[in-house]
Design a protein around this ligand. Structure first.
Ligand code: ATP
Ligand code: MG
Length: 290
């Protein structure tokens, strides 16, 4: 089974994660934009080749989970990291408020239907983690979920962590390599980004007053994130808490972790055995005789 590659942003597996200890800015300062762009391009180029081998190898699938507060830069990061890849080998899904059909099922159903096939890279822009994040911050959402009564309001989050851990372990044993990214943006930086959405006409469309309302629950969200990351980071399904206040830096970190992970998998093109090689010779003869 796949094991997490080391990184300063890897969330420990023993429950000792402390959000406050994790930087939201690059620890060594921002660095030159040009150099970061070049570094990102280098990873994207490697990823293009790695994706081809992943597809031919046909044993693993990659699942990238992105969670973050609004305006942390999920969309831009997904775009930047996946930009060089063959679209046929990638599947990106965004999960919003659940539909009435989705609410008629258990909370892992809608994402389970969107898991990547072997050889593919699947991206979840938000995920089943919303069920222990936004729903934990707004427990009244549980009322719409048609859950059996009596509802165990105290124990439900632990139960959900258990379900998630079991689900991810099952997927990992069956060849899904799960990497989870929390884009860790600071409250001040989110405010700056919301203000620039109001100030700059090309960004107006991104502004949403409900995002500003959600911001009012910032501390509750941070507590929910901390608990979720503590409970669910595992060697086979690690969380990475990526500093998100500097977008170019953040994108490089995500691309690097993905590239290093794919490199660690020992992917290779399927090997042709003796018997098959003999058949190739025969086919070559046939073609040449035409
Ligand atoms: P963007 O704003 O960049 O388009 P987004 O992911 O924020 O992307 P929105 O449509 O703005 O998309 O918001 C989706 C909302 O759906 C989020 O507030 C999220 O918390 C909420 N959501 C996602 N999953 C669930 C869930 N299972 N239960 C309740 N709310 C959910
Ligand atoms: Mg939004």
């Amino acid at each position: 089974m796949f094991e997490a590659i080391p990184s300063p942003y890897l969330v420990p597996f023993d429950g000792s994660f402390q959000r406050r200890r994790m930087p939201t800015r690059p620890p060594g300062g921002s660095g030159s934009k040009k150099a970061l762009k070049r570094e990102l391009a280098g990873y994207v180029e490697q990823l293009d080749e790695l994706q081809r081998v992943l597809y031919a190898h046909d044993r693993y699938s990659i699942l990238l989970v992105f969670q973050a507060m609004d305006a942390a830069g999920k969309d831009g990061t997904i775009r930047a990291v996946m930009s060089g890849l063959n679209p046929a080998g990638c599947q990106v899904y965004s999960f919003k408020q659940p539909s009435s059909e989705e609410l008629e099922h258990d909370f892992l159903w809608r994402t389970a239907r969107r898991l990547p096939e072997r050889g593919r890279i699947g991206v979840f822009n938000r995920s089943y983690y919303e069920e222990v994040l936004v729903v934990r911050v707004h427990p009244e959402y549980l009322e719409n979920q048609h859950l059996p009564r009596p509802l165990n309001r105290k124990g439900i989050w632990k139960q959900r962590f258990r379900s998630i851990l079991d689900h991810e372990h099952h997927l990992a044993r069956n060849g899904t390599v799960i990497l989870k990214f929390w884009l860790n943006v600071s409250r001040e930086e989110q405010k700056r980004r919301f203000l620039s959405r109001l100030d700059e006409p090309q960004k107006n469309w991104k502004f949403s007053s409900s995002d500003v309302r959600e911001r009012g629950w910032w501390d509750d969200y941070m507590k929910a994130y901390e608990k979720a990351l503590r409970a669910t980071s595992r060697p086979w399904a690690p969380w990475y808490a990526i500093p998100a206040d500097d977008k170019p830096y953040m994108r490089v970190q995500v691309a690097k972790i993905l590239t290093d992970t794919l490199n660690s998998l020992d992917l290779h093109y399927p090997r042709v055995d003796e018997k098959e090689r003999a058949r190739f010779d025969e086919m070559r003869r046939l073609l040449e005789q035409e």
